[in-house]
Design a protein around this ligand. Structure first.
Ligand SMILES: NC(=O)c1ccc[n+]([C@@H]2O[C@H](COP(=O)([O-])OP(=O)(O)OC[C@H]3O[C@@H](n4cnc5c(N)ncnc54)[C@H](O)[C@@H]3O)[C@@H](O)[C@H]2O)c1
Length: 356
């Protein structure tokens, strides 16, 4: 009977991919998204276009609720109505930007931290057995990754090959004693609360600490959405401002499809209070310089970039995730997209939309 999946942030990058994926598996999807991304980032950031696309594609398997996750009673009523039919919860609604969080710390905390406990409590009260998946972030490690002994290569910063985290940073990195940014701190609060609902109430919860999540569902905006915004700027010949680290800062990138297939693996064999670093790892990573080179090769256009000396507060100079823990628990899961494949797909799916 538990055939309903509740997905918050359902019009966003990860939420929309999850809607398509689980609807495709024959589940009924209840989406919660109030297009607050439009409020955060302006017209470029609005996810209305994605919701329209989604509703058309998925049809009657999808029901949308323009509900705010800060609305505790509203969520409780929704879960009370759905009750034990809820077989899975994917909580992906968030305020996702460092820079924005510092503008309105209360709003950031209310959405990211309080919104998460609202979701946890509604799940506990009405569907306690449903696996609860939370999209956290590697920013919970604050700026600790910046103390790694990086070396400078022609196009990127890199760890020495004999370093224990050369293959990727794992979950044993401390989340304490570092600067997280206001956003990182609100995500830590949510991350720890999701773990706590797992341990304390014995709920099947999982925290996925993503790095750069990307894919065609991204509403690219300057302050958020790295590869989509790189591609959009090249295609529209917009100026891209690179903040710090000589354009050599390294990100691993995971396609929304690969992330959501990890969610499916967890859904099929849930565990309690898990944390997983999740990202493209050594298979899929790049620096700004490398990303622009690939984007230029795909589009045949030169990038227009401007270098700003000062990096963003809390930005990682180098981040590659170790997915070893997840792969140990779910050996059937595999990454399928690397950076060139991700950029090519963003290009293909937006070439009628983004023009110079
Ligand atoms: N995209 C990344 O690179 C990245 C990296 C690490 C972690 N994450 C995390 O993954 C999750 C999903 O990210 P995304 O890239 O899909 O974000 P997104 O901004 O594309 O989607 C989030 C959606 O949530 C909605 N939303 C925001 N506030 C809401 C509210 N109060 N009530 C209801 N809906 C609301 C937005 O309108 C948006 O459609 C977030 O938790 C984010 O912090 C993302």
């Amino acid at each position: 009977m538990s055939s309903v999946v509740v997905i918050t942030g359902s019009a966003g990058l990860i939420g929309s991919e999850a809607v398509r994926h689980f609807a495709g598996l024959g589940m009924d999807v209840v989406g919660v998204d109030n297009d607050m991304r439009g409020y955060f980032f302006g017209a470029d950031g609005s996810t209305k276009w994605n919701l329209q696309r989604l509703t058309k594609e998925v049809g009657e398997r999808y029901t949308h609720h323009s509900l705010d996750i800060r609305d505790r009673e509203g969520l409780d009523e929704l879960f009370a109505r759905l009750g034990k039919n809820v077989g899975l919860v994917i909580h992906a609604a968030a305020q996702p930007s460092h820079d924005w969080a510092a503008r309105e710390p209360f709003t950031d905390f209310d959405v990211n931290a309080v919104g998460t406990i609202n979701m946890l409590e509604a799940t506990r009260r009405h569907a306690i057995d449903a696996p609860f998946i939370f999209t956290s972030t590697n920013k919970v490690y604050g700026d600790t990754p910046n103390s790694l002994p990086l070396i400078e290569l022609p196009t990127r910063w890199e760890l020495p090959e004999d370093h224990k985290w050369y293959g990727g940073i794992d979950e044993t990195m401390s989340i304490d004693s570092s600067m997280h940014s206001v956003f990182g701190a609100s995500k830590v609060a949510a991350d720890v609360m999701v773990q706590e609902y797992g341990r304390y109430f014995d709920m099947p919860t999982a925290v996925f600490r993503g790095g750069t999540l990307t894919g065609p569902g991204h509403s690219a905006a300057e302050l958020h959405g790295f590869l989509a915004y790189v591609m959009r700027c090249v295609m529209e010949q917009r100026l891209y401002r690179i903040f710090g680290y000589k354009g050599k800062m390294v990100r691993d990138a995971i396609h929304s499809h690969d992330l959501v297939s990890a969610f499916e693996a967890f859904h099929r064999a849930p565990r309690v209070a898990e944390i997983y670093n999740i990202g493209g790892g050594r298979f899929s990573n790049c620096s700004h310089i490398e990303a622009f080179k690939i984007a230029s090769e795909i589009t045949g256009l030169e990038a227009r970039t401007e270098y700003v000396e000062e990096n963003r507060a809390g930005d990682h100079q180098w981040w590659i995730s170790s997915t070893a823990r997840f792969e140990e628990h779910y050996p059937e899961w595999k990454l399928t997209y690397d950076v060139p494949a991700i950029l090519r797909e963003i290009y293909e799916s937006n070439k009628d939309l983004w023009k110079a």
